[in-house]
Design a protein around this ligand. Sequence first.
Ligand SMILES: C[C@@](CO)(OP(=O)(O)O)[C@H](O)COP(=O)(O)OP(=O)(O)OC[C@H]1O[C@@H](n2ccc(N)nc2=O)[C@H](O)[C@@H]1O
Ligand SMILES: Nc1ncnc2c1ncn2[C@@H]1O[C@H](COP(=O)(O)OP(=O)(O)O)[C@@H](O)[C@H]1O
Length: 269
Amino acid sequence: MVVFPTCKINLGLNIIAKRPDGFHNIESCFYPVGWTDVLEMVPAESFAFASTGIPIPGDAAGNLCVKAYQFLQKDFSLPPVSIHLHKVIPIGAGLGGGSADGAFCIKLLNQVFALNLTVAQMQEYARRLGSDCAFFIENTPVFCYGKGDQFRDIQVDLSKYYIALVNPQIHIGTAEAYAGITPAEPERKIEEILALPIERWKEYLINDFEKNIFANYPGIRQIKDSLYTHGAVYASMSGSGSTVYGIFEKETDVKSLFPEHYQLWQGKL
Ligand SMILES: C[C@@](CO)(OP(=O)(O)O)[C@H](O)COP(=O)(O)OP(=O)(O)OC[C@H]1O[C@@H](n2ccc(N)nc2=O)[C@H](O)[C@@H]1O
Ligand SMILES: Nc1ncnc2c1ncn2[C@@H]1O[C@H](COP(=O)(O)OP(=O)(O)O)[C@@H](O)[C@H]1O
């Protein structure tokens, strides 16, 4: 069976407080975007994992697909499978691509082996893989809080808009990005801001990682500026970067604006 793990963007991201466990309490809106990897799973004589496409840092044992299989294998004595991941979503990019692969693997195992897991049970396995992972089980727009693994419904519908994702091929490590932050309560809550007309988001909607990342990598700020210059109604870095997204009212070809080695994805939200 083959599935296509998607990625996410963060509509606003506030880093509220450092927790006793070393993680941070955050608030954000996760919104799914259709830039996808390809994940195939078939029954096999013995367990195997292979990846093609963008090289993934670290060994296979650390891959979230392998970890997802191991968690479920332990609890359900699953037979061996062969997993093939074709990596397309940029890595260390603020898009949660690795988290998506792990979560989609859980959903795939649930389907292939008819485990009858509920959404809540799959989210619980996903939380063990990483803070972002549980979101990808339902993969619908949500307001998230806690480590980014607790959810509240939110009414945000961007289905009439176009989006451009621009990744300058700079790998930003999530832990390092958090390490440079001084947490604080935001002046305005993301849920309030997202209830305003989208034209007003740029006045208030902030990603707390931008300040440090833009200071260290001025080229990333230039991407955001360029997206605004070319008509984006809202633009922001996603997550801990380095991807910047622009939301547009009409289809806009942004390919010609950026160097050739940048990875780009454009489509409907
Ligand atoms: C920053 C965010 C924002 O949406 O997304 P990305 O930019 O990675 O996509 C997420 O919080 C990334 O979540 P995820 O990538 O799953 O992080 P994890 O694997 O759980 O944690 C990696 C490291 O980031 C730090 N971390 C992560 C989440 C959190 N709420 N507080 C933290 O301090 C910790 O140092 C942790 O060891
Ligand atoms: N399936 C996977 N795809 C990408 N990275 C993975 C995967 N499994 C584990 N990782 C590890 O997670 C790290 C970053 O993951 P990723 O989700 O791309 O980051 P971000 O959320 O910042 O975009 C990588 O450096 C890699 O070591």
